[in-house]
Design a protein around this ligand. Structure first.
Ligand SMILES: NC(=O)c1ccc[n+]([C@@H]2O[C@H](COP(=O)([O-])OP(=O)(O)OC[C@H]3O[C@@H](n4cnc5c(N)ncnc54)[C@H](O)[C@@H]3O)[C@@H](O)[C@H]2O)c1
Length: 471
């Protein structure tokens, strides 16, 4: 099919490249001339696994880039809107980009079109998009508006798109639902997965994925409710982690005990420094605003947000407890992206923490495998951007782990110990085992677990039942 995707950011670019891989002819539209030129010139503007391969495979063939939205609409059977929906000062979603796209679309409708909201939008947005298109003189039966929320996660965006848990199609007419079913048919009929050149299947993926058809309003709510639920899981376990710290329990053991309950599941039960990114913080605020507008005070969301903010403050206190005063201290920082596998630093708790540490007078040497360039634009004073974890540790009073990149979980601990001025590691992502770190000579702080030092480790070893028996 011929498709237009409007907005070539994390979602639009991945969706466009994946639609091309499914066999569709895609025009990706953006207003950012620089981004378009980079894409046309063969660059890959974001860090995502498999995206370079897909762009290489389809660029200039089934995937083209353009700034001409109206021409793209005229050439396409379906138009996916994937522009940003950032928060306003009041926490609502700013839908002005969506509205401006809807206005432009209306002038180019030349036959039945399905206009698909891919951006995360509040309930009723599909009604508004329809109204705007009608207001600009498109005939009522010449288009339908559908909601097809995107559940991809940055870092694994391509495989999430091609191997989704489910595809949600919010369509208020069968004609419109049929178009979306056809677009996703290579996934839902399993034919994509039988192809020799298909992007490899990730471990947990169940294929083929179900396609769930709902009303447009339900689909809009599904996206907000899903993100709110996932954020709630993170805040829940962070709250449990705080109790673990207070009573001497181990949150990893608690997570294992909770997560093996099939009704709960282990995912998103990772304590840390709180959620961030371009979605959870803004979507929770937008969902809360939508609920309020509809007459429901969703206080649970207030608490989820409060716990998340608090989590960063708790981590800062941990750094202070470990180092006493902060002014003039040199800190190695591992990770600036809001999570591992991406270069996105939007609402990154790691960046916010570094900003707080700078305000307290620390000097920071930071390393991130992908987000350094972007972080440079927002972190200026007293941050030295270095090229490896060991350089970040060199001469530092302590090392802070702020993003869960896989490479940070596999460091050469002996070398790290030698590089640090003091062997102190404060791990905001629980990448290491406290006893193992203490055994390597580190003083190790993490989230929801007791601090471990070489001394506590030696004392524990002496009093462990096995050693007592031996003696
Ligand atoms: N990033 C994610 O992980 C993710 C996941 C699921 C859903 N979403 C949602 O998808 C939407 C897009 O998010 P993103 O992270 O891709 O945003 P982004 O900021 O990375 O990309 C948005 C793109 O839209 C372009 N744009 C803005 N106005 C335009 C216009 N009038 N015409 C054409 N292009 C225009 C921008 O130049 C930019 O390239 C948001 O609603 C977001 O909440 C994001």
């Amino acid at each position: 099919m011929r498709l237009a995707v409007v907005g070539s950011g994390y979602v639009g670019l991945v969706a466009g490249a994946c639609f091309a891989d499914l066999g569709h002819e895609v025009i990706l539209v953006d207003v950012d001339e620089q981004k378009l030129a980079a894409l046309q010139g063969g660059q890959v503007p974001i860090h995502e696994n498999f995206l370079p391969e897909l762009l290489q495979r389809h660029r200039g063939k089934r995937l083209n880039f353009s700034d001409d939205l109206q021409a793209a609409v005229r050439a396409s059977a379906a138009v996916f809107i994937a522009v940003g929906t950032p928060p306003t000062e009041q926490g609502e979603a700013d839908l002005s980009y969506v509205e401006s796209v809807a206005r432009s679309i209306s002038g180019a409708i030349n036959g039945y079109k399905v206009i698909v909201e891919k951006s995360t939008v509040p309930v009723y947005t599909s009604d508004w998009v329809r109204k705007i298109i009608l207001r600009n003189a498109a005939p009522p039966d010449s288009f339908d508006v559908a909601s097809n929320p995107e559940f991809l996660r940055e870092g694994t965006a391509v495989t999430d798109f091609l191997y989704p848990d489910r595809i949600v199609v919010g369509a208020d007419s069968e004609r419109c639902a049929a178009v979306l079913r056809q677009i996703y048919a290579p996934l839902t009929d399993g034919s994509y997965y039988r192809r020799a050149d298909a992007i490899p299947r990730p471990d947990r993926a169940q294929v083929p994925p179900p396609l769930i058809v709902t009303s447009a309003k339900s689909a809009e709510l599904i996206k907000h409710a899903s993100n709110a639920f996932l954020a709630m899981k993170i805040s829940f376990i962070n709250a449990v982690a705080s109790i673990c710290e207070a009573v001497g329990a181990n949150v990893q053991q608690v997570c294992q005990g909770i997560g093996t309950d099939s009704r709960i599941g282990p995912r998103f039960l990772s304590p840390g420094i709180g959620y961030g990114g371009s979605c959870f913080p803004k979507d929770l605020m937008a969902f809360r605003a939508v609920a309020r507008e509809s007459g429901y005070e969703f206080r649970l969301l207030d608490e989820v947000i409060r716990i998340n903010e608090d989590q960063r403050q708790r981590f800062l206190r941990k750094v202070r407890n470990a180092l006493w005063t902060l002014r003039g201290k040199r800190l190695g920082v591992l990770g600036l992206a809001f999570k591992g596998g991406t270069d996105d630093i939007r609402e990154s708790p790691a960046v916010r923490l570094v900003q707080s540490l700078l305000q307290e007078g620390c000097q920071v040497a930071a390393y991130d495998p992908a987000a350094g360039e972007r972080a440079r634009e927002v972190l200026t004073s007293n941050v030295e951007f270095v090229g490896s974890a060991y350089e970040a540790a060199r001469g530092a009073d302590a090392l802070l782990i702020l993003t869960e990149w896989e490479e940070f979980a596999a460091l050469d601990l002996g070398r790290l110990h030698r590089e640090l001025k003091y062997p102190i590691v404060i791990d905001g992502r629980n990448l290491y085992h406290p006893d193992a770190m203490a055994a390597q000579g580190f003083t190790y702080y993490s989230v929801g677990r007791q601090p471990a030092t070489p001394e506590t480790q030696a004392a524990d070893a002496a009093t462990s039942p096995r050693n007592l028996k031996k003696s």
